[in-house]
Design a protein around this ligand. Structure first.
Ligand SMILES: [Zn+2]
Length: 143
């Protein structure tokens, strides 16, 4: 345990499952439900839920001790963070925690953007319908 895991939604059958970052970094995972191979682009976006990008875990060999580091970034939020320390599991946990935090912020923000867009569409649609109704009334009046 202690590895970073993500929820993957299968584009084939819609099944959602947890997969470890190490496996996702191989570039492809197999859906446990339909056995379909799902291509994973960790460097690209994997839907809205997983937008934090992870760099590889680096090992820094010191004279007496080993340190580890992992780089995280969230391009949409313009965030970047380097997490490092002597314990690999702690770093992974910190990285997962940070990613969850950023992804949550981003999910909320993109939902708001989505809502604003939908409201604007509704407003335009209503205006369009009013115009059409007026045009119909006018043509009725003329005949
Ligand atoms: Zn599937």
């Amino acid at each position: 345990m202690g590895s970073i895991a993500f929820t993957v939604a299968c584009p084939g059958c819609g099944h959602e499952f947890r997969e470890a970052l190490e496996k996702l970094q191989n570039g492809a995972v197999v859906c446990p439900s339909c056995r379909e191979e799902i291509e994973v682009h960790l460097r690209d976006e994997l839907g809205r839920d997983m937008t934090t990008r992870f760099g590889p875990v680096r090992t820094i060999q010191g004279a007496r001790s080993v340190r580890y580091s992992i780089e995280l970034s969230h391009p949409q939020l313009h965030k970047h963070r380097l997490i490092q320390g002597p314990d690999l599991e702690t770093i992974k946990a910190k990285a997962a925690h940070q990613a969850a935090e950023w992804d949550e912020v981003w999910e909320k923000r993109s939902n708001i953007l989505q809502k604003l867009r939908t409201d604007e569409e509704k407003r335009q649609e209503a205006a369009q319908r009013t115009q059409e109704a007026q045009a119909a009334l006018q043509s009725v009046g003329r005949s």
